[in-house]
Design a protein. Structure first.
Length: 201
């Protein structure tokens, strides 16, 4: 009898191989051909799961989103009333300051470089933006709800400003790690959020 292959399990195995290649050799090495070779699959088999490079690109970006979402949700689930430090830590989840988040950032940059010329990526690109926005909205809303924030701050402006700050720090940290360390980024994010808050008595 022919071997019965579980489609979902096979995709998970391919995802593990793809992530291993990205982590080890960089995202440019994660071609359909290289993944098939390391996974021990034929190109024909791989085409059954990913019909194009765009589909693989989407899948890798979805892996990044799933990893970040799992971290963020586990942090949110630990408390209904976060401390200031927990809100700082939550903000830091999209910054490439650890090996895992550096790999995620590499995939993120690779994905978004392809967006302008690949229409198939546009829906996920929109979801990425909205997901990041919701994280920063959660942080600013929490500061206000928990009465840590100064009463004069404009919520919408501060959400946009925090989004822009994290985006900029992400690029600086990834492209210029010798100048922008994890410690420096942590200090900047912490100071930024402190400046939004009522001074501690």
């Amino acid at each position: 009898m022919p071997k019965i292959v579980n489609h979902n399990e096979q995709r998970e195995m391919i995802a593990e191989v793809a992530w291993r290649i990205v982590s080890r050799d960089g995202v440019d090495a994660a071609s359909v051909r290289n993944i098939a070779k390391e996974a021990g699959l034929s190109m024909g088999s791989m085409r059954h799961y990913f019909r194009s490079q765009a589909e693989l690109c989407i899948y890798l970006m979805e892996l990044v989103n799933a990893k970040a979402k799992k971290r963020i949700e586990s942090m949110i689930a630990t408390t209904s009333s976060p401390t200031f430090q927990q809100l700082v830590d939550l903000t830091m989840q999209l910054l490439p300051i650890h090996n895992e988040t550096k790999t995620e950032m590499e995939v993120w940059l690779w994905f978004h470089a392809k967006v302008p010329s690949t229409p198939e990526l546009q829906p996920l690109n929109k979801m990425n933006y909205e997901g990041s926005y919701l994280l920063f909205k959660l942080v600013i809303d929490a500061l206000i709800h928990l009465q840590m924030a100064k009463p004069t701050i404009e919520a919408q402006y501060e959400i946009d400003r925090l989004f822009a700050l994290v985006d900029g720090l992400s690029m600086h940290c990834y492209l210029h790690p010798n100048y922008v360390s994890a410690e420096k980024i942590t200090y900047i994010v912490t100071r930024h959020l402190e400046d939004l808050c009522v001074p501690a008595k």
